[in-house]
Design a protein around this ligand. Structure first.
Ligand code: SAH
Length: 346
Protein backbone atom coordinates (compact mmCIF):
# COMPACT_ATOMS: atom_id res chain seq x y z
CA UNK A 1 0.00 0.00 0.00
CA UNK A 2 1.32 3.41 -0.88
CA UNK A 3 1.90 5.57 2.15
CA UNK A 4 0.38 9.01 1.80
CA UNK A 5 3.15 11.58 2.09
CA UNK A 6 2.66 14.40 4.58
CA UNK A 7 2.40 18.05 3.60
CA UNK A 8 5.67 19.41 4.95
CA UNK A 9 4.31 22.93 5.28
CA UNK A 10 1.78 21.70 7.85
CA UNK A 11 4.72 21.39 10.27
CA UNK A 12 5.72 24.22 12.57
CA UNK A 13 9.34 25.26 12.73
CA UNK A 14 9.80 23.36 16.00
CA UNK A 15 8.25 20.23 14.55
CA UNK A 16 10.59 20.46 11.58
CA UNK A 17 13.61 20.91 13.86
CA UNK A 18 12.51 17.88 15.91
CA UNK A 19 12.07 15.85 12.77
CA UNK A 20 15.70 16.39 11.85
CA UNK A 21 16.84 15.55 15.38
CA UNK A 22 14.91 12.27 15.14
CA UNK A 23 16.74 11.60 11.88
CA UNK A 24 20.06 12.02 13.68
CA UNK A 25 20.67 15.40 12.05
CA UNK A 26 21.05 18.85 13.61
CA UNK A 27 18.02 20.98 14.57
CA UNK A 28 19.54 23.75 12.47
CA UNK A 29 18.72 21.72 9.35
CA UNK A 30 15.09 22.37 10.23
CA UNK A 31 15.69 26.12 10.13
CA UNK A 32 17.32 25.85 6.71
CA UNK A 33 14.47 23.83 5.23
CA UNK A 34 11.91 26.09 6.91
CA UNK A 35 13.48 29.09 5.23
CA UNK A 36 13.32 27.37 1.84
CA UNK A 37 9.67 26.49 2.39
CA UNK A 38 8.51 29.93 3.49
CA UNK A 39 10.80 32.88 2.86
CA UNK A 40 12.11 31.44 -0.40
CA UNK A 41 8.84 29.73 -1.43
CA UNK A 42 10.62 26.65 -2.83
CA UNK A 43 8.31 24.39 -4.81
CA UNK A 44 10.61 21.36 -4.75
CA UNK A 45 13.15 19.73 -2.46
CA UNK A 46 15.56 19.74 -5.37
CA UNK A 47 15.69 23.54 -5.23
CA UNK A 48 17.11 23.45 -1.68
CA UNK A 49 20.70 23.72 -2.83
CA UNK A 50 22.39 24.09 0.55
CA UNK A 51 20.87 20.77 1.74
CA UNK A 52 22.72 17.57 0.91
CA UNK A 53 21.46 15.29 -1.86
CA UNK A 54 20.78 12.45 0.61
CA UNK A 55 18.73 14.67 2.88
CA UNK A 56 16.76 16.04 -0.07
CA UNK A 57 15.86 12.57 -1.28
CA UNK A 58 14.93 11.51 2.27
CA UNK A 59 12.57 14.51 2.40
CA UNK A 60 11.23 13.67 -1.04
CA UNK A 61 10.26 10.19 0.21
CA UNK A 62 8.57 11.46 3.36
CA UNK A 63 6.82 14.67 2.31
CA UNK A 64 5.15 16.66 -0.42
CA UNK A 65 5.24 20.42 -0.94
CA UNK A 66 1.73 21.40 -1.96
CA UNK A 67 1.70 24.68 -3.77
CA UNK A 68 -0.83 26.76 -5.61
CA UNK A 69 -0.70 27.52 -9.27
CA UNK A 70 -1.97 30.67 -10.92
CA UNK A 71 -4.14 28.97 -13.49
CA UNK A 72 -5.45 32.04 -15.22
CA UNK A 73 -4.70 35.72 -14.91
CA UNK A 74 -7.00 38.48 -16.14
CA UNK A 75 -6.13 42.15 -16.31
CA UNK A 76 -8.69 44.90 -15.95
CA UNK A 77 -8.53 48.18 -17.86
CA UNK A 78 -7.87 49.89 -14.48
CA UNK A 79 -4.79 47.72 -13.78
CA UNK A 80 -6.51 45.29 -11.40
CA UNK A 81 -5.38 41.69 -11.88
CA UNK A 82 -7.57 38.71 -11.02
CA UNK A 83 -5.94 35.33 -10.49
CA UNK A 84 -7.76 32.04 -10.68
CA UNK A 85 -5.65 29.95 -8.35
CA UNK A 86 -5.59 26.18 -8.60
CA UNK A 87 -5.05 24.24 -5.37
CA UNK A 88 -3.35 20.84 -5.10
CA UNK A 89 -6.74 19.09 -5.22
CA UNK A 90 -7.80 20.97 -8.36
CA UNK A 91 -10.23 23.29 -6.57
CA UNK A 92 -10.08 26.93 -7.60
CA UNK A 93 -10.10 30.13 -5.54
CA UNK A 94 -9.58 33.69 -6.66
CA UNK A 95 -7.28 36.44 -5.49
CA UNK A 96 -6.97 39.97 -6.74
CA UNK A 97 -4.17 42.53 -7.06
CA UNK A 98 -5.45 46.09 -6.72
CA UNK A 99 -2.97 48.83 -7.69
CA UNK A 100 -3.31 52.52 -6.81
CA UNK A 101 -0.81 55.37 -7.26
CA UNK A 102 0.99 54.49 -4.08
CA UNK A 103 -0.10 51.03 -3.03
CA UNK A 104 -0.54 47.49 -4.19
CA UNK A 105 -3.20 45.63 -2.25
CA UNK A 106 -3.73 41.87 -2.35
CA UNK A 107 -7.29 40.70 -1.83
CA UNK A 108 -7.02 37.05 -0.79
CA UNK A 109 -9.42 34.16 -0.23
CA UNK A 110 -9.67 32.20 3.00
CA UNK A 111 -12.08 29.43 1.97
CA UNK A 112 -13.13 27.65 -1.21
CA UNK A 113 -16.63 29.08 -1.57
CA UNK A 114 -18.43 30.37 1.52
CA UNK A 115 -20.88 28.96 4.06
CA UNK A 116 -22.62 32.28 4.62
CA UNK A 117 -25.48 33.09 2.35
CA UNK A 118 -25.28 36.85 1.81
CA UNK A 119 -27.91 37.58 -0.81
CA UNK A 120 -25.85 40.18 -2.64
CA UNK A 121 -22.60 38.21 -2.93
CA UNK A 122 -21.61 35.99 -5.86
CA UNK A 123 -19.34 33.77 -3.75
CA UNK A 124 -22.37 32.72 -1.66
CA UNK A 125 -23.63 30.75 -4.66
CA UNK A 126 -20.62 28.46 -4.58
CA UNK A 127 -21.28 27.08 -1.08
CA UNK A 128 -18.34 26.18 1.08
CA UNK A 129 -16.17 23.34 -0.22
CA UNK A 130 -13.32 23.52 2.29
CA UNK A 131 -11.08 25.78 4.31
CA UNK A 132 -7.79 26.93 2.85
CA UNK A 133 -4.61 25.79 4.58
CA UNK A 134 -2.18 28.41 5.89
CA UNK A 135 0.23 27.73 3.02
CA UNK A 136 -2.52 28.21 0.45
CA UNK A 137 -3.31 31.63 1.89
CA UNK A 138 0.38 32.52 2.14
CA UNK A 139 1.02 31.43 -1.46
CA UNK A 140 -1.69 33.76 -2.79
CA UNK A 141 0.13 36.64 -1.11
CA UNK A 142 3.49 35.56 -2.53
CA UNK A 143 2.00 35.25 -6.04
CA UNK A 144 0.59 38.77 -5.85
CA UNK A 145 3.82 40.15 -4.40
CA UNK A 146 5.64 38.70 -7.42
CA UNK A 147 3.10 40.21 -9.81
CA UNK A 148 3.39 43.57 -8.10
CA UNK A 149 7.17 43.53 -8.56
CA UNK A 150 6.86 42.37 -12.15
CA UNK A 151 4.13 44.71 -13.39
CA UNK A 152 4.38 47.69 -11.03
CA UNK A 153 8.00 47.59 -9.99
CA UNK A 154 7.28 47.62 -6.28
CA UNK A 155 6.47 45.09 -3.57
CA UNK A 156 3.03 44.37 -2.28
CA UNK A 157 2.06 46.91 0.40
CA UNK A 158 -1.29 45.79 1.85
CA UNK A 159 -3.39 42.68 2.28
CA UNK A 160 -7.14 42.43 2.75
CA UNK A 161 -8.99 39.21 3.54
CA UNK A 162 -11.91 40.17 1.33
CA UNK A 163 -11.73 37.44 -1.28
CA UNK A 164 -13.77 34.27 -1.12
CA UNK A 165 -14.86 32.94 2.24
CA UNK A 166 -15.38 34.07 5.81
CA UNK A 167 -11.94 34.36 7.44
CA UNK A 168 -13.25 34.02 11.00
CA UNK A 169 -14.76 30.65 10.09
CA UNK A 170 -11.26 29.48 9.21
CA UNK A 171 -9.68 31.35 12.07
CA UNK A 172 -6.76 29.10 13.00
CA UNK A 173 -5.46 28.79 9.46
CA UNK A 174 -5.90 32.51 8.76
CA UNK A 175 -3.91 33.31 11.89
CA UNK A 176 -1.17 30.85 10.99
CA UNK A 177 -0.95 32.39 7.52
CA UNK A 178 -0.74 35.90 8.98
CA UNK A 179 2.05 34.71 11.27
CA UNK A 180 4.02 33.53 8.26
CA UNK A 181 3.28 36.74 6.38
CA UNK A 182 4.44 38.95 9.24
CA UNK A 183 7.42 37.02 10.67
CA UNK A 184 10.89 37.87 9.35
CA UNK A 185 11.37 34.26 8.25
CA UNK A 186 8.25 34.69 6.11
CA UNK A 187 7.50 37.93 4.27
CA UNK A 188 8.20 40.26 7.19
CA UNK A 189 5.20 42.50 6.50
CA UNK A 190 3.74 44.72 9.20
CA UNK A 191 0.41 43.47 10.61
CA UNK A 192 -0.81 47.07 10.40
CA UNK A 193 -0.95 46.56 6.65
CA UNK A 194 -3.29 43.60 6.95
CA UNK A 195 -7.08 43.83 7.28
CA UNK A 196 -9.31 40.89 8.10
CA UNK A 197 -12.86 41.49 6.93
CA UNK A 198 -15.68 39.60 8.59
CA UNK A 199 -19.43 39.39 8.41
CA UNK A 200 -19.19 39.38 12.20
CA UNK A 201 -18.78 36.19 14.21
CA UNK A 202 -19.00 37.50 17.79
CA UNK A 203 -17.19 34.64 19.52
CA UNK A 204 -14.24 34.87 17.16
CA UNK A 205 -14.01 38.67 17.44
CA UNK A 206 -13.66 38.23 21.19
CA UNK A 207 -11.04 35.54 20.70
CA UNK A 208 -9.06 37.88 18.44
CA UNK A 209 -9.26 40.56 21.12
CA UNK A 210 -8.04 38.12 23.77
CA UNK A 211 -5.12 37.11 21.58
CA UNK A 212 -4.25 40.77 21.06
CA UNK A 213 -3.83 40.43 17.33
CA UNK A 214 -2.13 43.37 15.67
CA UNK A 215 -3.88 43.45 12.30
CA UNK A 216 -6.95 45.58 11.46
CA UNK A 217 -10.53 44.47 11.66
CA UNK A 218 -13.28 45.39 9.20
CA UNK A 219 -16.90 44.41 9.73
CA UNK A 220 -19.29 43.98 6.82
CA UNK A 221 -22.29 45.60 8.43
CA UNK A 222 -24.62 46.74 5.60
CA UNK A 223 -27.41 47.43 8.06
CA UNK A 224 -27.71 48.25 11.76
CA UNK A 225 -31.34 47.13 11.87
CA UNK A 226 -31.79 43.43 12.67
CA UNK A 227 -34.73 42.71 10.35
CA UNK A 228 -33.01 44.36 7.41
CA UNK A 229 -29.65 42.73 8.08
CA UNK A 230 -31.20 39.29 8.49
CA UNK A 231 -33.03 39.65 5.19
CA UNK A 232 -29.78 40.25 3.28
CA UNK A 233 -27.34 38.36 5.54
CA UNK A 234 -29.36 35.44 6.92
CA UNK A 235 -26.73 34.38 9.44
CA UNK A 236 -27.61 37.59 11.34
CA UNK A 237 -30.52 35.56 12.75
CA UNK A 238 -27.92 33.43 14.59
CA UNK A 239 -25.54 36.27 15.41
CA UNK A 240 -27.81 39.30 15.94
CA UNK A 241 -26.52 42.87 16.11
CA UNK A 242 -26.68 42.96 19.88
CA UNK A 243 -24.11 40.14 20.10
CA UNK A 244 -21.98 41.66 17.36
CA UNK A 245 -21.92 44.99 19.10
CA UNK A 246 -21.06 43.44 22.43
CA UNK A 247 -18.14 41.59 20.82
CA UNK A 248 -16.94 44.79 19.14
CA UNK A 249 -17.13 46.69 22.42
CA UNK A 250 -14.96 43.97 23.91
CA UNK A 251 -12.56 44.24 20.94
CA UNK A 252 -12.30 47.99 21.35
CA UNK A 253 -11.80 47.82 25.12
CA UNK A 254 -8.91 45.40 24.63
CA UNK A 255 -7.22 46.77 21.51
CA UNK A 256 -8.19 50.46 21.38
CA UNK A 257 -8.21 49.98 17.63
CA UNK A 258 -10.71 51.92 15.55
CA UNK A 259 -13.37 49.76 13.91
CA UNK A 260 -13.99 49.91 10.18
CA UNK A 261 -17.40 49.06 8.78
CA UNK A 262 -18.01 48.01 5.19
CA UNK A 263 -21.38 49.18 4.02
CA UNK A 264 -23.25 49.10 0.71
CA UNK A 265 -26.32 51.32 0.31
CA UNK A 266 -29.02 49.70 -1.82
CA UNK A 267 -32.14 51.21 -3.30
CA UNK A 268 -35.23 50.34 -1.26
CA UNK A 269 -33.28 48.27 1.28
CA UNK A 270 -31.23 50.56 3.51
CA UNK A 271 -31.40 54.00 1.88
CA UNK A 272 -33.59 55.95 4.32
CA UNK A 273 -32.79 58.34 7.15
CA UNK A 274 -33.93 55.66 9.59
CA UNK A 275 -31.20 53.33 8.28
CA UNK A 276 -28.43 55.85 8.64
CA UNK A 277 -29.64 56.87 12.10
CA UNK A 278 -29.44 53.24 13.21
CA UNK A 279 -25.89 53.06 11.80
CA UNK A 280 -24.84 56.18 13.73
CA UNK A 281 -26.27 54.74 16.91
CA UNK A 282 -24.55 51.40 16.33
CA UNK A 283 -21.15 53.03 15.73
CA UNK A 284 -21.17 55.30 18.71
CA UNK A 285 -19.41 53.15 21.30
CA UNK A 286 -15.96 53.35 19.67
CA UNK A 287 -14.04 55.43 17.11
CA UNK A 288 -15.35 54.18 13.80
CA UNK A 289 -14.88 54.53 10.11
CA UNK A 290 -17.52 53.66 7.55
CA UNK A 291 -16.49 52.65 4.04
CA UNK A 292 -19.41 53.11 1.72
CA UNK A 293 -18.70 50.50 -0.98
CA UNK A 294 -20.13 50.75 -4.43
CA UNK A 295 -22.42 47.83 -5.22
CA UNK A 296 -21.15 45.42 -7.84
CA UNK A 297 -24.15 43.89 -9.53
CA UNK A 298 -24.11 40.12 -9.62
CA UNK A 299 -27.61 39.25 -10.74
CA UNK A 300 -30.78 40.27 -12.46
CA UNK A 301 -31.30 43.45 -10.50
CA UNK A 302 -32.73 42.33 -7.17
CA UNK A 303 -30.15 44.64 -5.62
CA UNK A 304 -29.43 48.09 -7.00
CA UNK A 305 -26.99 50.75 -5.96
CA UNK A 306 -28.82 53.55 -4.10
CA UNK A 307 -29.15 57.04 -5.55
CA UNK A 308 -26.43 59.67 -5.20
CA UNK A 309 -28.80 61.59 -2.95
CA UNK A 310 -29.05 58.63 -0.56
CA UNK A 311 -25.27 58.28 -0.49
CA UNK A 312 -24.95 61.99 0.20
CA UNK A 313 -27.41 61.67 3.09
CA UNK A 314 -25.28 58.88 4.55
CA UNK A 315 -22.12 60.97 4.23
CA UNK A 316 -23.68 64.11 5.70
CA UNK A 317 -25.25 62.32 8.65
CA UNK A 318 -22.13 60.34 9.47
CA UNK A 319 -19.89 63.39 9.25
CA UNK A 320 -22.24 65.42 11.42
CA UNK A 321 -21.81 62.71 14.03
CA UNK A 322 -18.03 62.76 13.70
CA UNK A 323 -17.81 59.35 12.12
CA UNK A 324 -15.17 59.07 9.41
CA UNK A 325 -16.73 58.13 6.10
CA UNK A 326 -15.16 57.26 2.76
CA UNK A 327 -16.79 56.36 -0.53
CA UNK A 328 -15.01 53.49 -2.26
CA UNK A 329 -15.16 53.12 -5.99
CA UNK A 330 -15.00 49.61 -7.31
CA UNK A 331 -11.97 48.23 -9.06
CA UNK A 332 -11.73 45.48 -11.63
CA UNK A 333 -15.43 45.38 -12.39
CA UNK A 334 -14.92 44.55 -16.07
CA UNK A 335 -13.26 41.26 -15.15
CA UNK A 336 -15.63 40.38 -12.26
CA UNK A 337 -12.83 40.99 -9.77
CA UNK A 338 -14.66 43.50 -7.58
CA UNK A 339 -16.00 42.81 -4.07
CA UNK A 340 -18.63 40.12 -4.11
CA UNK A 341 -18.04 39.18 -7.73
CA UNK A 342 -15.62 36.33 -7.11
CA UNK A 343 -17.37 33.20 -8.29
CA UNK A 344 -14.95 31.31 -10.53
CA UNK A 345 -16.64 32.64 -13.63
CA UNK A 346 -13.58 33.14 -15.76
N1 SAH B 1 -16.75 37.17 4.41
C1 SAH B 1 -15.98 38.35 4.62
C2 SAH B 1 -15.00 38.68 3.51
C3 SAH B 1 -15.43 38.51 2.07
S1 SAH B 1 -16.57 39.67 1.38
C4 SAH B 1 -16.90 39.53 4.88
O1 SAH B 1 -18.10 39.36 4.82
O2 SAH B 1 -16.42 40.60 5.22
C5 SAH B 1 -15.67 41.17 1.21
C6 SAH B 1 -16.56 42.39 1.20
O3 SAH B 1 -17.30 42.51 -0.02
C7 SAH B 1 -17.59 42.42 2.29
O4 SAH B 1 -17.65 43.68 2.89
C8 SAH B 1 -18.86 42.10 1.55
O5 SAH B 1 -19.99 42.51 2.24
C9 SAH B 1 -18.64 42.85 0.25
N2 SAH B 1 -19.48 42.44 -0.85
C10 SAH B 1 -19.99 41.22 -1.09
N3 SAH B 1 -20.70 41.23 -2.23
C11 SAH B 1 -20.64 42.47 -2.74
C12 SAH B 1 -21.14 43.09 -3.92
N4 SAH B 1 -21.84 42.41 -4.81
N5 SAH B 1 -20.88 44.41 -4.11
C13 SAH B 1 -20.12 45.09 -3.22
N6 SAH B 1 -19.61 44.56 -2.10
C14 SAH B 1 -19.86 43.26 -1.85
Amino acid sequence: MEIKKKDIRALTKDQLRNFFVEQGDKPFRGNQVYEWLWRKSAHSFEAMTNISKETRSMLENAFVINHIQVDQMQKSSDGTIKNAVKLHDELIVESVLIPTETRTTACVSSQVGCSLDCKFCATARLKRMRNLNPDEIYDQVVAIDNQSRLYFDRPLSNIVFMGMGEPLMNYNNVLKAIDKITLPEGLGMSPKRITVSTSGVPKMIKKMADEEVKFNLAVSLHSAIDEVRTSIMPFNATFPLKDLREALEYWYAKTKNRITYEYVVWKGINDTQKDVDALVKFCQFAPSKVNLIEYNPIDDGEFQQASDAALQMYQDTLQKNRIIVTVRKSRGKDIDAACGQLANKS
